[in-house]
Design a protein around this ligand. Structure first.
Ligand code: DX5
Ligand code: ZN
Length: 221
């Protein structure tokens, strides 16, 4: 049986009450906290860095899943590891030496992930499968929360699912962007096991109701 994980993105949280927000979402059943890092260079937005990761670390026992939308990535990786990140993923476009960046993440004791935008080809994957703990497929173009799921991503999820199964490796397949209660089942059916959801959860008054509804849909996938 597939283990499904729900990873609320704090991008849509109330930053003035971030500690309380992450505690509440974990109490509501979140499996990890998705932490979106944007640099106003790789993506046209600017968000949060290692200081904020360090600040929320004592508030949650679940893994902190850092999604780096930055370029270049290498200099900031050790800072996030020291700040308490458990998983660090980056976009291949953000690194001159993908293999080296993946190894850098693992050398700092974190799980390593690669992130593919909707139009980014998957070919680099075949060379680094043994260095990956997570593959993240973006189902929106990165930079903002609250965008609509791009349906073409479903085919890409199925393709990566096959690659992971053929590799025999234990790699999480995460999807990020426009994930809601009403589409999570088909995203799971395509092969994803880890679901980032920002506005679907933090935009709502009852986090547990949304997470429970997502789990209900996943049980039917
Ligand atoms: C987008 C971010 C996402 C975003 C998802 O660049 O990587 O994690 O917060 O937000 P929703 O779930 O609202 O699409
Ligand atoms: Zn993200």
């Amino acid at each position: 049986m597939t283990t499904y994980r729900i990873a609320p993105s704090i991008l849509s949280a109330d930053f003035a009450r971030l500690g309380e927000e992450v505690r509440n979402v974990v109490a509501a059943g979140a499996d990890m906290i998705h932490f979106d890092v944007m640099d106003n260079h790789y993506v046209p937005n600017l968000t949060i860095g290692p200081l904020v990761c360090e600040a929320i670390r004592p508030h949650v026992q679940v893994p902190i899943d850092v999604h780096l939308m930055v370029k270049p990535v290498d200099r900031i990786i050790p800072d996030f590891a020291k700040a308490g990140a458990n998983i660090i993923s980056f976009h291949p476009e953000g690194s001159e030496h993908i293999d080296r960046s993946l190894q850098l993440i693992r050398d700092h004791g974190c799980k390593a992930g690669l992130v593919f935008n909707p139009a980014t080809p998957l070919h680099v994957l075949e060379h680094v499968m043994d260095k990956l703990d997570l593959i993240l497929l973006m189902s929106v173009n990165p930079g903002f929360g609250g965008q609509s799921f791009i349906p073409h991503t479903l085919k890409k999820i199925a393709a990566v699912r096959r690659m992971i199964d053929e590799s025999g490796s234990d790699i999480m397949l995460q999807v990020d962007g426009g994930v809601k209660v009403d589409n999570i089942r088909e995203i799971a059916a395509a092969g994803a096991d880890t679901f980032v959801a920002g506005s679907a959860i933090f935009g709502k008054p009852d986090y547990k109701a949304v997470i429970d509804a997502m789990r209900g849909e996943l049980a039917l996938a």
